[in-house]
Design a protein around this ligand. Structure first.
Ligand SMILES: Nc1ncnc2c1ncn2[C@@H]1O[C@H](COP(=O)(O)OP(=O)(O)OP(=O)(O)O)[C@@H](O)[C@H]1O
Ligand SMILES: O=c1ccn([C@@H]2O[C@H](COP(=O)(O)O)[C@@H](O)[C@H]2O)c(=O)[nH]1
Length: 331
């Protein structure tokens, strides 16, 4: 760092920082100051040597210790200050930054390994999906699925899995290979390929082995997804459907968009989401209705009013389910 020009006239100063050398070789101080072993300054005039005033050098003048006679202590202090400051201001923060980067890279790698590993085929095969009570929560965008699902969690001990939330979380995961794809589908109001969504839902269910009840909110979005989920995970026991006019949904979504930060709570995306709902998602509800699985709740009224109806319907369903299971156990 201090490799400045060689000072031929003061070879003794090799190893001393340039800053110190320049100060110590400066012609400015007419009185070079040295220090005695007692610490008192010992002032000598230029050219005067310790051996007397005759200009002859003493034999020991070139000894190691005598080299320091010519070094200005202030210069040494200055050099030391520069060294310490350089270390504190540049080298130390740089080393800390490098170590932080290394730490983050290790964390990212661990996260990626964990995400890629997911669950083994054996673990998936052993998980008792068929014994779980799965209720799909369906309805148009902004019809109140999330609002009511959160309340059902508190009252009936469901685990609430929102397909949209799982996709948004996956999109944000720094090492996700699907991040950009999901962002595009969500912004365009399109349906993400079902392999991705079903994988996320299945893993999320397996993350809660202790729970017997799952609310799956905003899924399935089309008939292909519904069939794929039934084939690879399980059948839903019931569908909770929030019926809502488009004008109400639009008003609520635009209002939510003021604070939600969602990339699809804007008028262009909302229109696309409505189109997807009518063309792809509503037929799923119609299909389940044919199987007698749908409980319909109107979204009109206050949050509390709507939830009162939702609570009653869910309570009736769970009671009926309990009764059926008791009857089966009795056989
Ligand atoms: N009964 C209600 N009255 C007034 N506002 C409501 C009512 N129910 C829900 N909201 C509000 O409407 C907005 C949409 O509700 P929510 O997020 O529950 O809908 P969602 O069906 O889950 O929507 P998305 O499918 O877009 O996720 C929210 O801001 C919520 O607070
Ligand atoms: O099964 C699903 C669920 C959701 N999506 C995409 O996510 C957005 C937002 O979903 P919300 O339920 O409103 O949170 C939806 O418009 C789809 O683009 C999906 O592809 N598949």
């Amino acid at each position: 760092m201090f490799s400045g020009g060689v000072l031929r006239s003061s070879q003794q100063l090799r190893g001393v920082p340039l800053f110190a050398r320049q100060l110590s070789t400066s012609p400015r101080p007419l009185l070079a100051r040295s220090y005695t072993t007692s610490g008192r300054p010992n002032q000598l005039r230029m050219g005067q040597t310790r051996g007397g005033g005759n200009g002859q050098k003493r034999p020991g003048n070139n000894s190691f210790l005598s080299r320091f006679d010519r070094i200005n202590p202030l210069a040494l202090v200055g050099a030391a200050t520069i060294l310490i400051s350089g270390y504190m201001l540049i080298i130390k923060p740089y080393m800390e930054w490098r170590s932080e980067l290394k730490h983050r890279a290790v964390e990212r790698q661990q996260e990626e390994e964990k995400a890629q590993a997911g669950y083994t085929e054996e673990q998936v095969a052993k998980f008792p999906f068929g014994k779980k009570t799965v209720v799909f929560v369906l309805g148009g965008p902004g019809s109140g699925k999330g609002t009511n699902s959160s309340k059902l969690v508190d009252d009936f001990g469901f685990v609430h899995l929102s397909a949209g939330d799982l996709l948004r979380a996956e999109q944000k995961r720094p090492v996700s290979q699907y991040g950009e794809l999901i962002a595009h589908y969500i912004r365009e109001g399109l349906i993400v390929p079902h392999e991705i969504t079903i994988g996320l839902l299945r893993n999320a269910m397996m993350d809660h082995p202790e729970s017997d009840r799952f609310l799956i909110d905003g899924f399935p979005r089309n008939l292909v997804q519904a069939k794929a989920f039934e084939d690879s995970v399980c059948k839903a026991k019931k569908v909770l459907y929030f019926e809502c006019p488009e004008s109400t949904m639009l008003e609520r979504l635009l209002d939510r968009g003021k604070t939600s930060g969602r990339s699809d709570d804007n008028i262009e995306s909302i229109k696309k989401r409505f189109r997807t709902y009518v063309n792809d998602s509503k037929p799923v509800i119609d299909e389940y209705a044919k199987e007698g699985k749908v409980m319909t709740v109107s979204c009109k009224g206050s949050v509390d009013d709507v939830y009162k109806v939702t609570h009653k319907k869910m309570s009736d369903f769970l009671q009926a389910l309990e009764k059926t299971s008791q009857q089966q156990d009795a056989k």
